[in-house]
Design a binder for this molecule. Sequence first.
Ligand SMILES: OC[C@H]1O[C@H](O[C@H]2[C@H](O)[C@@H](O)[C@@H](O[C@H]3[C@H](O)[C@@H](O)[C@@H](O[C@H]4[C@H](O)[C@@H](O)[C@@H](O[C@H]5[C@H](O)[C@@H](O)[C@@H](O[C@H]6[C@H](O)[C@@H](O)[C@@H](O[C@H]7[C@H](O)[C@@H](O)[C@@H](O)O[C@@H]7CO)O[C@@H]6CO)O[C@@H]5CO)O[C@@H]4CO)O[C@@H]3CO)O[C@@H]2CO)[C@H](O)[C@@H](O)[C@@H]1O
Length: 490
Amino acid sequence: MSYIEQLGVISNNNSFKDEEGTRMQLVQLKKAGVDGIMVDVWWGIIESKGPKQYDWKAYRQLFKVVKEYGLKIQAIMSFHKCGGNVGDIVNIPLPQWVLDIGKSNPDIFYTNRAGTRNIEYLSLGVDNEPIFEGRTAIQIYSDFMKSFRENMLDFLEDGIIIDIEVGTGPAGELRYPSYQQNQGWIFPGIGEFQCYDKYMEEDFKKAAKEASYPDWELPSNAGQYNDTPEETEFFKKNGTYKTKQGIFFLTWYSNKLILHGDQILEEANKAFRGCTLKLAIKVAELTAGYYNLDERDGYRPIARMLTRHNAILNFTCLEMKNTEQSAEAYCGPQQLVQQVLSAAWKEKIKVAGENALPRYDSTAYNQILLNARPNGVNQIGEHALKMFGFTYLRVSDDLLEKRNFNLFKKFVKKMHANQEYCQYPEKYGNSIEPLAQSRPRVLIDNLLDATTPTEPYPFDKETDMSVDDGSFLAFIIGKLKSLMHSLNIQ
Ligand SMILES: OC[C@H]1O[C@H](O[C@H]2[C@H](O)[C@@H](O)[C@@H](O[C@H]3[C@H](O)[C@@H](O)[C@@H](O[C@H]4[C@H](O)[C@@H](O)[C@@H](O[C@H]5[C@H](O)[C@@H](O)[C@@H](O[C@H]6[C@H](O)[C@@H](O)[C@@H](O[C@H]7[C@H](O)[C@@H](O)[C@@H](O)O[C@@H]7CO)O[C@@H]6CO)O[C@@H]5CO)O[C@@H]4CO)O[C@@H]3CO)O[C@@H]2CO)[C@H](O)[C@@H](O)[C@@H]1O
């Protein structure tokens, strides 16, 4: 299934501002063969007037229009702020009444070592603190999702909303805000831990005491956003991260994130139980609170946590190739994608994906197609390794420009393995069942058993569904664009 994401369709004052323009885009997207659109449902817009004062009118108008075009909807429960991340073209803060609580109690926000607050998403430290006019953060998320279900019931019953992307952190991803551009971070700086609000600090102290290390504190030697690992005591070769104290901290930090995702998914399951849809969470790449080393798989425990909710793991960076990254970044997006997808498939959950950055060239499309079916199209039955869906970020004037859009259309067709559209999703293992109750919670020790590294599944070198097929000229243009991209020539 192929989807495309739209950012900024509903404005800050909760109106569907450009219905005509959206209709024109939807006509084009439908012609391109996409199955549906992904759209943020912003907490900051819907509950802006005050606690539990939800206003769904504008979203209902939007969904009605989307339905007219026979497109499906992936709805993101966006409990985060928009603005400040790469590609953010709109600024949508958290509800004012929440920001007001933050003025008298700034510890509700993620905080770095220097004490800088991040007002993008509530710290997971307040997940179970009843400090929001008597509600906890988790109760707020839960009430929001229940209200969404009540108010969108017709779209849910008609099978228009088929996927709920449950927001679990900044940018809607299960991560800490460890690499904030608006705090000065530049790629590929190491980022910073974000656990220095009083709630996280208290939690850590409690955990350390229970483990019989009451003197242990949160790290003070992990450097700053743009350091390299070697410049810090914590991350340098054989640094603190290798010590008993470092291991304890990293385990606590990454476990908190998994348990945060688990708890919100449990609420999402209660809210949407019985609806014919999939739940999903977006998982980001390294530095975001995943404790992932050569000798420790930080992703598979997340995948294992998702199994009890039968939720989809939605991973990013599918378009990236190692050769496009500068040498000093020491990053291998291809291996990372292979590791994460393999981990999820080994846990027998479904995987979906997104591109991290906007790309319009055939190299990027071919890389996505390779990851979507790492061993190619199986002509005689269901594919062994196959992603459940892919969402392209995002609709823009650049994408709709003629040459870019022609290639995009080809890409969508290749995602559909040259079929016109997914008429029989069940035939391709893509059927969607009514959401069953989450299974009982898995003990953290069982989740952590999944940290033992295993070999990832082998991926082919090239996709068998290349968008360059049949056109030598297109192939040459694609290669040139890719070269320009790696040389950073616009
Ligand atoms: O509506 C849904 C949500 O939408 C928004 O969130 C999404 C966001 O828009 C997406 O970008 C995505 O963001 C996440 C992402 O999933 C995370 O993985 C992470 O991204 C980091 C990424 O993984 C890292 O690799 C790194 O990226 C750097 C990259 O590796 C470097 O190569 C370099 O890229 C340069 C590039 O080299 C250069 O050539 C040029 O490329 C442009 C090209 O020239 C041009 O022709 C055209 O094709 O566009 C190309 C790309 O723009 O510029 C590139 C950019 O400078 O630097 C990269 C760093 O800038 O760091 C990434 C972090 O920045 O974190 C992202 C979030 O921060 O997924 C989000 C969730 O769906 C909204 O924010 C949400 O509120 C919405 O809910």
